[in-house]
Design a protein around this ligand. Structure first.
Ligand code: 1GP
Length: 232
């Protein structure tokens, strides 16, 4: 299924451990995609290991690229974040430029999706790494959403609350001004109710940490999302 139809994705961290049984349950859960991604300890070795294990199943698999060294062929999609509220240009376009100088001639552009990332939890690892120092407010988010859609023509705006549950009003504010750009929401979803609430606003929700804390709870988010129309 094309990423434009996704409603739900699990984000699996190559630096964390999943048993074969847990991975099978995630892959066969009815989720639309497994996104391989993390901030710390992502290596070519652990990315490849996870890719090979996920490829036993038919679920689409995407790599969310955080280090150029860990990129390998074999994924259905490569999500490339550009952190719109980063204070470090390397995370906006610097690493991207270096990667294109080296690999640009051999990239399959049909598999590459740029995510306009907006980080809203300034205590998360990704915020520290990318130099996000201020929490964007609603007006900021609306401006980032317009930037993603109209200035940069980005296919995806990703509101990243990693580790904390977001403010639905802020997510709604972004959703209201987006037409073509798809809205991804990720952060702090731990229950079916939270999954439903954010899935009613964002087109795709991403469930991460809870996989490693309570897999049963994580699995309930899949069905929850499918039963909710996206009303924005
Ligand atoms: C992290 O947006 C994802 O990149 C999901 O967030 O881990 O808090 O579920 P959580």
């Amino acid at each position: 299924m094309d990423y434009k139809q996704w409603r739900h994705a699990f984000k699996v961290d190559p630096a964390k451990t999943l048993t074969d049984d847990e991975l099978e349950r995630l892959a066969e859960s009815g989720t639309d995609c497994l996104i391989v991604g993390g901030t710390d300890g992502v290596t070519l070795e652990n990315v490849l290991d996870l890719l090979v294990r996920i490829r036993r199943y038919s679920v689409p698999v995407a790599l969310e690229v955080s280090t150029v060294e860990s990129v390998t062929p074999g994924f259905d999609y490569y999500f490339i974040p550009t952190v719109l509220n980063s204070t470090k240009t390397e995370w906006v376009n610097g690493i991207h430029h270096a990667a294109l100088k080296e690999y640009g001639h051999m990239m399959n552009w049909d598999e590459i999706i740029t995510e306009g990332y907006c980080i809203l939890n300034i205590d998360c690892k990704a915020a520290k790494l990318t130099g996000v120092q201020e929490v964007p407010d609603e007006e900021d988010i609306v401006a980032y959403a317009r930037m993603a859609e109209h200035l940069f023509n980005l296919p995806v705006l990703y509101l990243e609350y990693s580790g904390t549950y977001g403010d639905p009003d802020i997510v709604k504010a972004a959703a209201r001004v987006l037409n073509k750009t798809r809205l991804f929401y990720g952060g702090g979803i731990r229950t079916a109710e939270e999954a439903k609430q954010m899935a009613a606003i964002a087109q795709t929700i991403i469930v991460g940490n809870i996989i490693y804390e309570d897999i049963e709870a994580a699995l309930t988010t899949v069905e929850a999302v499918k039963s909710v129309p996206n009303s924005y």
